[in-house]
Design a protein around this ligand. Structure first.
Ligand SMILES: NC(=O)c1ccc[n+]([C@@H]2O[C@H](COP(=O)([O-])OP(=O)(O)OC[C@H]3O[C@@H](n4cnc5c(N)ncnc54)[C@H](OP(=O)(O)O)[C@@H]3O)[C@@H](O)[C@H]2O)c1
Length: 198
């Protein structure tokens, strides 16, 4: 598959490494354009692209800081049913005084989906610290669990199969409203690191 990333930081790089290791093509993008990513792309064996090129992938990973989401997705789409993996956490501010965005009744991924016309959004990767996404998910005691939530069963299945290929133990837990709420910041699955024995 061709996987595009919006953002090329810790999470996108970690996911790109897994994807490249398993024979997928990866297009990385950021706000500064392909030139700024040339060195990283070369090191990984990925392609540096524009946001538009990344968004044209079979699967698109959204991995930018929360306040940047509107800029990162501006003008992209319609996605025509393509899948967007939403790895974001709704930190309005990070650092010593972190602030969580108040979206009222909406979950973070429902908000993200509202900005991505025609996309099938699957929430994934956000519950786990970056270092556990970078690491080999297969440990002696079991495989690193990744929770998934999405409204479209086929999209969830496609992402489940991808992260299982990477070596994670995928655990789908429902739709963006209910599963997304469990997975997002403040939810019981946020920063819950589990290993699954096979
Ligand atoms: N790190 C973790 O442990 C972790 C774990 C789970 C989930 N998350 C979530 O995953 C997301 C990404 O985290 P991260 O740690 O990978 O962040 P990061 O290392 O700071 O990387 C962010 C990336 O987004 C790019 N970016 C910023 N503004 C952009 C825009 N307007 N358009 C396109 N690209 C833009 C940045 O590049 P430029 O500034 O050069 O554009 C950078 O490549 C966040 O929402 C975070 O909360 C993080």
């Amino acid at each position: 598959m061709r996987i595009g990333t919006l953002g090329a930081g810790q999470i996108a790089t970690a996911v790109a490494r897994h994807a490249l290791r398993h024979g997928h093509d990866v297009v990385l993008s950021n706000s500064r354009g392909p030139r700024a990513l040339a060195e990283l792309a070369l090191e990984l064996g990925a392609k540096a692209g524009t946001r538009e090129e990344a968004a044209a992938g079979d699967l698109v990973l959204l991995a930018v800081p929360w306040p940047e989401i509107p800029d990162a997705v501006r003008g992209l789409g319609p996605f025509d049913g393509r899948i967007v993996m939403d790895a974001t956490n709704q930190f309005e501010a990070t650092g010593p005084k972190p602030r969580i965005a108040d979206l009222g009744d909406l979950t973070g991924s429902e908000y993200v989906a509202s900005l991505l016309p025609g996309a099938r959004v699957v929430k994934v990767f956000n519950t786990v610290y970056g270092r556990y996404i970078e690491a080999d998910p297969r440990h002696d005691a079991g495989r690193q669990v990744l929770f998934l939530a999405g409204d479209d069963a086929d999209a969830v299945e496609a992402v489940r199969a991808l992260v299982e290929q990477f070596g994670f133990a995928a655990v789908p837990i429902g739709d963006l409203r209910n599963g997304g709420r469990l997975m997002q910041l403040g939810g019981p699955l946020s920063a819950l690191h589990l290993l699954k024995q096979d």
